[in-house]
Ligand binder design. Structure first.
Ligand code: ADP
Ligand code: MG
Length: 343
């Protein structure tokens, strides 16, 4: 081999290595708009582009399967075939629907994935308006999770009556957060924060081994105004909040938000502003926080007891806060009072 050729090979080699290194640059965080929210993923130390890409592709894949706003999604296909025929869906979609049905049963139907017609009627996200009592009464009979027929042999889903519609808005983000964390973990990431629009998963531990701090949003303020934080020492934890402030509109001096009571068709109106659930599985925490919010404090606590790993923070309209015994919550906003820890 000639002298020049050797040099050429070495230089080409260096260029390739340089190119690979620049592709594998670490990034502190990545933001993307997906699942109807802003997702912020932070992979510590080894946040390579490739891993961020894999995580966001997976989140997008879940959106493509489960969003009601995407016509070709499994959920849109199920809804279009309501009252007509069963629709075969992806195993992921089937799994999330099955879990949603589990929570519907466990919550006595206050959590109901057939809430779709009510979500469309109020249209809180796009063109919100207060529907007439007549319109609400017309669609209420369509909201009944018992009319979802699941075939576990074929992963098929059938909605018994025309006009029924699934909406996984209260659970799909949690599933996506679990899946995103799984990808980070299998790629050897030792520390990460995955924030899917408020559905947060914490993975691993910080370099200095101090606890993670996850802010709890003030229910009175716009985003990013914490009233305190929870300290997390577990290697895998999720913090999910459901409240009146995430999506809402105001009309005639009243506040209308996006979590509905399937029994009267109105946004839930009880003494709660928000419920935060801290646990290990984000899909369950997502469904639980919504279900507990609808159930209210006493019945919500009874449901929570079925999940020994789950802790909760209840923020009430009178600015009192209650937390379960295992919650490591530190209040920083003096406008609120932690009344009692529930043992
Ligand atoms: P966010 O989506 O803001 O994180 P939630 O997890 O509490 O909040 O989900 C609220 C969404 O769940 C609504 O936008 C709607 O799509 C759906 N939903 C509303 N009411 C119910 C209900 N009673 N049961 C199940 N899903 C609901
Ligand atoms: Mg939820």
């Amino acid at each position: 081999m000639g002298y020049k050729n050797k040099y050429l090979i070495i230089i080409t080699g260096l260029i390739v290595v340089f190119f690979l290194l620049s592709c594998e640059q670490t990034k502190p965080s990545r933001f993307e708009s997906v699942l109807g929210t802003v997702c912020v993923i932070t992979l510590y130390e080894q946040g390579y582009d490739r891993i961020y890409n894999d995580i966001f592709s997976r989140i997008k894949e879940i959106e493509d399967l489960m969003s009601v706003n995407i016509q070709s999604s499994d959920i849109s296909r199920i809804n279009a075939a309501a009252g007509i025929e069963a629709v075969q869906v992806h195993a992921d979609t089937f799994k999330v629907i099955q879990r949603a049905v589990f929570f519907a049963e466990a919550s006595d139907g206050v959590f109901d994935p057939t809430i779709g017609p009510l979500v469309s009627l109020w249209d809180i996200g796009e063109n919100p308006r207060i529907p007439s009592q007549h319109e609400i009464e017309d669609i209420l009979p369509l909201i009944n999770w018992r009319n979802i027929k699941l075939d576990t042999q074929t992963n098929s889903v059938f909605l018994k009556y025309m006009g029924m519609a699934l909406d996984l808005g209260a659970i799909a983000k949690g599933f996506a957060a679990d899946e995103a964390a799984k990808i980070a973990k299998t790629n050897g990431i030792t520390a990460a924060i995955l924030d899917l629009g408020g559905d947060i998963v914490i993975l691993g531990e910080k370099k200095d081994k101090s606890p993670w701090r996850v802010g709890i949003q003030s229910p009175h303020e716009v985003q990013n105004t914490p009233i305190g934080f929870v300290q997390i020492t577990d290697k895998l934890a999720t913090v999910v909040t459901s409240g009146i402030y995430q999506r809402f509109f105001e009309a005639h001096g009243k506040h209308y938000h996006h979590i509905f009571s399937p029994s009267n068709g109105y946004p839930v109106d009880n003494d709660l502003l928000s419920v935060t659930v801290i646990s290990d599985i984000s899909m369950d925490a997502d469904a639980l926080s919504t279900a507990i919010f609808v159930l209210g404090y006493e019945k919500g606590m009874a449901l929570l007891e079925l999940f020994p790993k789950a802790e909760a923070i209840f923020i009430f309209k009178d600015n009192n806060i209650k937390t379960t015994a295992g919650t490591n919550f530190i209040l920083t906003d003096t406008g609120f009072v932690v009344r009692s820890n529930i043992f």
